[in-house]
Design a binder for this molecule. Structure first.
Ligand code: GLA
Length: 749
């Protein structure tokens, strides 16, 4: 039993294998938060609460003259309200029918049941009845009848807790929700660092670690997507936390639209974390009897550092968020024509790439942007999802058949949520574009967004895509979106309801994705928004992989994939080998380095493979074999960051969860002559077992100067590799990559 409701002391404790989380309804009915951290058996943790009269922190009316130390402004709470004496950032802010913004929530009931709750129309962690329990706690505002149903899912074995909230209007007047966080978490003690993942187009999810100081710090998005700029995943950790030690709390928001994560350190040095829909563009009217469901947050605590926290996130996403046929099925090695041709291709050119790719062992050919409508550049055609047979020189079906005749699968690119002004669809339905009547819209990549908050627009996209997916043999879809949203407005909503647009938009997106996934269960969907502009756990519920970044430079990718690895598994990270000089940075890196980096992702190629010489083609053949032989290890193994990205070499590792084997990857950048050794400590092995170390020949060792760095006789124990460590061979040229394979020796019978 992972949820314990102790009615004697009014505590409810959520127990996972290694963590405890506790709340307590106090004598006033306020739901206090008493603890989250390493597991503690049945204890009322409210002994930790130390309230003193802080002055200017008011007291609920019922406290009268005597209890000035009781103030909502300082008590740790499960779900804080605006306007009634808690001056910190609040979880709930509403506008009541009389114009006031106050609410206060008091405990009314709780319910515990087997299994994990689901959320209609929204992504959510799933688990079967034996793996999870659900707690629902009802809080009610005695004055207005507004109810908040706090939902908790507990996945005991995984050390995971999920949270979401349903707001119900039991009153007799409408209420406008202005802010409804999915999680509010208070700590009375401790000094924290906040790890957030910031970036920009083509340079997403760079780790930023800042000390939490007094005031409110926040990251978020008002761009209509989760955004390149700030990712909806963050970590609060002890200041001293490292990869292998210290307390860390991770929060992953299962939402692909506008979000806000806030951290506040208050007057008493207490810390509050909040995460929910961004309130700037949000206002949701609840008529009497109506309810609103917030999206879900996935939370985990690791007492053993950041690495373990990441592995919990990875496992939860892989096993309890990603769904469908492709969740566990071996994903194909693909080739995409975008960086090979951009818009400038013919069917014949595509087939020539596919032919060469097939001969090297590539399994899927993806035709990117430019195959439909009138689209030879990025100014036109979005919305007209009809194959341009003139450009292709054949029908889509014929093209797909030609690819399949080569022994490959065929995939295709879409940008379903976008519309070009120069398109048949816009001429027919200008009111379907997101813009404010009477105001010129802001264009981005010369395009607008489609108003998919409207059911008829959703149905149009479903119909168009279903037609294309049925008329040819298509095994893969890249689902792109190439702008941020602004001029938010739907001509289908009246003025009172415009604040609902953003959330209704993403509900529409989720409905389209769900419908298509059900209709075409064999199709592998890859998410994308100009690379990683919508890289979030919500999208991973519908698309098990996401194109990680439009930046394919192996060295920049080290940063991007390093940051991404904190919250997301390798199996979610779309990563390709591209040409040199790299199209984004002009950098030249060895083919082996590009492959080494792409192998810590879904792996594929994105270059004109017909331009490669025979030696390069041989190398590609070897790389594909190698990726396939390490597939389970890289995609499903435990991930360890062995260095940060600041030095001259980045090292990371995939280890089999049973300690049978491991693959250590090292890429040098910023090489120096006569370098200091790069020394790492291998993780995830069994200390008592013996392992053989092998430096893999990744294709360019012909001129090797390292001359068997590890000898045949190099057999080391797991303990030696962990505690004494291993030295990476010195690089002899910039951007050198090494892959070191560590295999357990079978014991003699
Ligand atoms: C986005 C994607 C690219 C490519 C282009 C096509 O930028 O991230 O991979 O598909 O669109 O226009």
């Amino acid at each position: 039993m992972s949820i314990i409701w102790n009615k004697e002391n009014s505590t409810i404790t959520l127990q996972t294998k290694n963590t405890s989380y506790q709340m307590k309804a106090d004598s006033q009915g306020v739901l206090l938060h008493t603890y989250y951290g390493s597991r503690i058996e049945d204890t009322d943790m409210s002994y930790l609460i130390c309230s003193i009269d802080r002055g200017f922190s008011g007291n609920p009316y019922e406290m009268g003259k005597t209890r000035r130390q009781y103030s909502l402004d300082v008590l740790p709470q499960e779900y804080s309200c605006f306007g009634t004496g808690d001056y910190r950032a609040s979880a709930l802010r509403v506008r009541n029918a009389d114009g006031s913004q106050a609410s206060e929530l008091r405990f009314t009931s709780a319910d515990i049941r087997k299994g994990k709750y689901t959320l209609e129309g929204l992504p959510a962690v799933y688990a079967d009845k034996t793996e999870a329990e659900t707690l629902t706690v009802c809080l009610r505002d005695p004055y207005t009848g507004l109810e908040a149903e706090l939902q908790y899912g507990v996945l005991e074995e995984l050390d995971v807790i999920t949270r979401a909230v349903r707001i119900i209007n039991h009153g007799n007047a409408p209420v406008v929700i202005q802010k409804a966080a999915s999680v509010c978490l208070d700590w009375q003690f401790g000094a924290f660092d906040w790890l957030t993942f910031q970036g920009r187009h083509a340079m997403e999810r760079n780790l930023q670690r800042t000390a939490v100081g007094h005031g409110i710090q926040s990251v978020g998005s008002v761009r209509g997507t989760s955004s390149h700029q700030y990712n909806p995943f963050s970590i609060l950790c002890e200041k001293t936390a490292t990869e292998t030690s210290g307390g860390c709390y991770g929060f992953s928001y299962l939402y692909s639209c506008e979000f806000l994560m806030e951290v506040e350190k208050d007057q008493a040095g207490q810390t509050r974390f909040l995460c929910g829909i961004h309130p700037d563009d949000f206002a949701w009217t609840l008529e009497p009897g109506e309810s609103f469901q917030t999206p879900e947050v996935l939370m985990a605590y690791s007492g053993e550092g950041l690495g373990r926290l990441s592995r919990i996130m990875h496992q939860t996403i892989r096993e309890h968020i990603c769904r469908g046929e492709w969740q566990h099925k071996r994903r194909p090695v693909l080739i995409n024509n975008w960086e090979a041709t951009y818009f400038n291709f013919t069917g014949e050119k595509l087939i020539s790439i596919a032919k060469e790719a097939a001969s090297l062992g590539i399994e899927l050919f993806v035709m990117d942007d430019g195959w439909f409508g009138k689209r030879d550049d990025d100014n036109t055609g979005l919305g007209d999802w009809y194959p341009n047979e003139q450009k292709l020189g054949c029908t889509l079906q014929e093209l797909s058949e030609q690819v399949e005749a080569l022994g490959m699968k065929f995939g295709i690119w879409f940008e379903p949520e976008a519309i070009s002004e120069d398109s048949g669809l816009y001429r027919q339905h200008p009111e379907w574009a997101v813009q404010i009547p009477g105001r010129k819209p802001c264009l981005s990549r010369n395009q607008l967004m489609l108003d998919i908050s409207r059911t008829e627009v959703q149905d149009y996209i479903i119909a168009c895509m279903s037609r294309v997916l049925s008329e040819a043999s298509i095994s893969y879809v890249k689902w792109d979106l190439n702008r941020s949203m602004c001029d938010k407005f739907s001509s289908a909503l009246d003025a009172r309801h415009q604040g609902e647009f953003g959330h209704r938009f993403v509900l529409g997106l989720y409905r389209i994705l769900d419908t298509l996934a059900q209709r075409f269960p064999h199709v592998l969907f890859e998410g994308c928004s100009g690379g990683g502009g919508r890289f979030d756990a919500g999208m991973l519920y519908y698309t098990p992989q996401i194109w990680c970044s439009d930046n394919t430079d192996a060295i920049n990718r080290l940063d991007i994939q390093y940051g991404t690895s904190f919250g997301y598994p390798v199996s979610a990270v779309g990563s390709h080998v591209s040409a040199v000089p790299n199209h984004q940075t002009g950098r030249k890196t060895p083919l082996s380095t590009r492959a080494c980096v792409a192998m810590s992702g879904t792996f594929g190629y994105e270059l004109d493979i017909t331009d490669m010489n025979d030696m390069e083609k041989d190398e590609v053949r070897q790389q594909i074999k190698m990726f396939q032989s390490f597939y389970d290890l890289t995609q499903y193994g435990d991930y360890y960051r062995l260095t940060d990205n600041k030095g001259s070499c980045t090292v990371w590792e995939h280890a089999d969860p049973d300690g049978k084997e491991a693959l250590v990857n090292a890429v040098f950048h910023g090489i120096e002559a006569n370098p200091e050794p790069v020394h790492i400590h291998v993780q995830g092995l069994k200390e008592q077992e013996l392992y053989k170390i092998e430096l893999l020949d990744t294709g360019d060792f012909l001129e090797s100067r390292i001359d068997r760095w590890f000898r045949e006789s190099d057999i080391l124990s797991g303990a030696a590799l962990k505690y004494a460590g291993l030295t990476i061979p010195p690089a002899w040229r910039e951007y050198q990559a090494f892959q070191i394979y560590i295999k357990r020796l079978e014991r003699q019978k």
